[in-house]
Design a protein around this ligand. Structure first.
Ligand SMILES: [Mg+2]
Length: 233
């Protein structure tokens, strides 16, 4: 019987992609809208690709209506270009990630999923390059909303469809590298594990009071112990 739902962020938490990601988003927006707006400089960390497209293009003078009209085309262009150009050598796995996922996958009482600002197609491609997709049977993605706080209920619903179990707050752990991952855990009153492997330092993350704060995911036993704790223990 699955007891815990463990939702992982991708960028900055499981892996990093490097500059190719931003370059491809700029190229896709340029191709579809004739401008990439501020996509070459705006902050991506912890944010949804869907929301980033709007935020990057508004300063270029495009209205939400104009952005929305071509949104699906921009998304598809970005995902297609990303699959065409991103290679395994563009991906750096964070410390301990492969070992941790291997260990968690042996615990039949854990269901792993994704809660990420990536579109499903590009996020799955990122994970497929180092061979990690099979650990995550489902996920909540940028296809499911524009703000990260919309994703936790989506993930719970998808987990229900997969298992028939309604996971409640004490059953859910969200692991991520930014304040936005910590904040979205609060949407469900779920437990948050923050890792300082992305752009946020330990002290920056500490200010947002995660339930658990780790330098990285290299201590699998520690991560597992924290996952298995409930909010009240
Ligand atoms: Mg992240």
């Amino acid at each position: 019987m699955t007891k815990k739902l463990v939702l992982f962020d991708i960028d900055g938490t499981l892996l990093s992609v490097g500059s190719i990601n931003r370059r491809i988003l700029c190229d896709a927006l340029q191709e579809v809208y004739g401008t990439h707006g501020t996509a070459d400089s705006c902050n991506f960390a912890g944010r949804m690709d869907s929301g980033i497209i709007y935020d990057a293009l508004r300063p270029a003078g495009l209205s939400d209506g104009e952005i929305g009209q071509k949104f699906n085309s921009a998304k598809q262009t970005y995902c297609t270009l990303f699959r065409m150009h991103a290679r395994e050598t563009d991906i750096t796995l964070m410390a301990g990630v492969r070992e941790l996922l291997l260990q968690l996958s042996t615990h039949t009482d854990l269901l792993l999923g994704l809660l990420t600002g990536n579109f499903e197609e590009s996020g799955r491609h990122k994970l497929s390059l180092p061979g990690l997709n099979h650990y995550f049977p489902f996920g909540a993605f940028a296809d499911d909303g524009y703000h990260r706080n919309e994703l936790p209920p989506v993930a719970v619903e998808k987990a229900y469809k997969l298992t028939g179990k309604t996971f409640t707050e004490e059953d859910i752990v969200i692991i991520g590298d930014t304040e936005h991952d910590i904040t979205c855990a609060r949407v469900l009153n779920a437990r948050s594990i923050a890792v300082a492997t992305g752009t946020y330092s330990l002290s920056q993350l500490q200010k947002h009071s995660p339930d658990v704060l780790l330098e990285d995911l290299s201590q699998a036993e520690t991560v597992l112990r924290e996952i298995l704790k409930t909010s009240t223990t």
